[in-house]
Design a protein around this ligand. Sequence first.
Ligand SMILES: N[C@@H](CCC(=O)N[C@@H](CS)C(=O)NCC(=O)O)C(=O)O
Length: 202
Amino acid sequence: MYTVYGMSSSGNCYKVRLLLEQLRTPYQWVEIDTRSGLTRKPDYLAKNPNGRVPLLELERGQYLAESDAILFYLAQDSRFWPGDRRQRAEVLQWMFFEQYSHEPYVATPRFIKRHLPADSPRHAELSKRLEQGRAALAVMEAHLMTRHYFATERYTIADIALYAYTHVADEGGLELAPYPQVRSWLARVAVEPGHVPLTRRP
Ligand SMILES: N[C@@H](CCC(=O)N[C@@H](CS)C(=O)NCC(=O)O)C(=O)O
């Protein structure tokens, strides 16, 4: 059985949990509060030298890090990963977009606002990050003008990757009201079979 090392409030960890639930794949969840410093201890760094969650234990002693790589691994031979070469590349296109243009500007503001003390110097980063976050949401909005999902016209791991932080973007200070297509897509994703909310603890 897989073991997931994750923090329940983290969108990156939620991606993995959501896919495992939708695949109906059994797994164990090891809750890790990254603020405890545990992920920077030698024991954990031996599992993931990058010191972050989520981390998937495939078999005893074999680990895979990076949420989108874990999605890719788990989704093989499932309905969440298309068979067509071009469509697979489109899924990856949106997953790379999520990591480079979305995560630092949609997810990180949420982390700063939710988890850092009010006097943290990192609050000074917020306005620049939120500006870039709005740019990322605008890219998503434009794409969804003519589509229901990000790739292949059906729900894939590209949607899971982007849903995780977009649906809680307001917690970082990004209002979704100006993005009606994004809101409709969020509603579609939330009724996909086997969907579980971020707040549900495993
Ligand atoms: N690109 C990575 C990001 C992972 C990441 O930043 N995880 C955060 C929680 S969401 C973490 O472990 N933070 C603790 C730290 O940086 O010490 C992914 O997609 O998995």
